[in-house]
Design a protein. Structure first.
Length: 122
């Protein structure tokens, strides 16, 4: 095989690898920084070492305040919840990474938009 016939295949492989690294950057933006987590849990640390460039494993953290009112709209109580999720999605590599994106989006929707904070409220 000469260099000309190998170049298109190598170029495609390079583009795929580049796309996977870009997917990793996107996936990394969904993960909270260790500094953000340490603000809530002083002794916390995260050991996140995916097997592949992108992963089916992820963690999710947020702190939510829930305000309760009585019938006359008087503020009764403000409760603060710290929610930390460690998840393992089915699949590895790109397929698993796609599932982590969906899982993270669903957690954002469930916790932030619908304010379902405990499994009993589902």
């Amino acid at each position: 095989m000469n260099a000309k016939s190998r170049a298109p295949g190598q170029n495609k492989a390079g583009k795929i690898t580049s796309s996977i690294y870009y997917a990793k950057q996107i996936q990394d933006t969904l993960l909270k920084s260790q500094e953000a987590i340490r603000e809530s849990f002083q002794d916390a640390f995260v050991f996140y070492q995916p097997k592949d460039i992108v992963s089916g494993d992820f963690y999710w953290f947020d702190q939510i305040s829930k305000i309760q009112y009585n019938r006359s709209s008087t503020r009764l109580d403000t409760s603060s919840f710290k929610i930390f999720v460690v998840a393992d999605c089915t699949g590895h590599g790109v397929a698993g990474a796609f599932m982590t994106m969906m899982g993270s989006a669903l957690l954002n929707e469930i916790v932030k938009c619908t304010a379902l904070l405990t499994p009993a409220t589902f």
